[in-house]
Design a protein around this ligand. Sequence first.
Ligand SMILES: [Zn+2]
Length: 85
Amino acid sequence: MGEKNNYPPTCEEDCPNCHGKNIAYISYGLPNMDLARPLIEAGRISLGGCIVGPNSKEWHCNDCGAEWGAIDHDALVRNEPAVDL
Ligand SMILES: [Zn+2]
């Protein structure tokens, strides 16, 4: 299919709090704002800041603000060019 960009992923489940479907993927790190801005305005992603910790969540409900889901912390770290832990 030549599909090369599936970012951001789409949440397959409803919000566990309000059961809404208006769910954004939480993006960590410094975003490319040219790419991120339209996604933020569309409610597709939510910025989670630069610090990724074990309690960081994957999904953000645009309706009630609930956040849930365990992010793939190791995968994110691998994508960082210079992580010095
Ligand atoms: Zn919700």
